[in-house]
Design a protein around this ligand. Sequence first.
Ligand code: MG
Length: 178
Amino acid sequence: MRIGHGYDAHAFEAGRDLVLGGVRIPFPRGLAAHSDGDVVVHALCDALLGAAGLGDLGRHFPDSDPRYRGADSRGLLRHIVSLLDARGLRVHNADLTVVAQEPKLAPHREAMAANLAADLGVSAGRLNLKATTTEGMGFTGRREGIAVHAVVLLEETGEPGGPGEPGERGGAPSPRGA
Ligand code: MG
């Protein structure tokens, strides 16, 4: 097992779409960024890279590279999953906390989680996404932006490039059975 943590924060910016977990959320402001500003995906990517010992998102997809201008962050996420796959690393589970005073994320939580689970290639029970406010405190509380924390657990399968959920390759079934 390998554990990884990711954190990212972006400031709100008028005139941009708000994209969180690959879901376009109706809101007057988006997040300032070189890419699509999907801070949820960015934190998850950094957690995955951290667990794999592969650095961080900025190292793989530099802000200075025009190829990533307006980039769909889910494409970056899927690329990182393929890097892990090639090293025999498989996502066991991930847990994310979105810190935002607004907008309300509950109506979008399921769609966001489904996108992320699909990109990670895991069942819904292995991807947990939750949201909280900070009761008006700090930069998120002042509605200046959104922050996200992500924690992931990877399994070293010893089988580079193999598909499937943990426990589905003839080994002992996963005790978690998700
Ligand atoms: Mg970012």
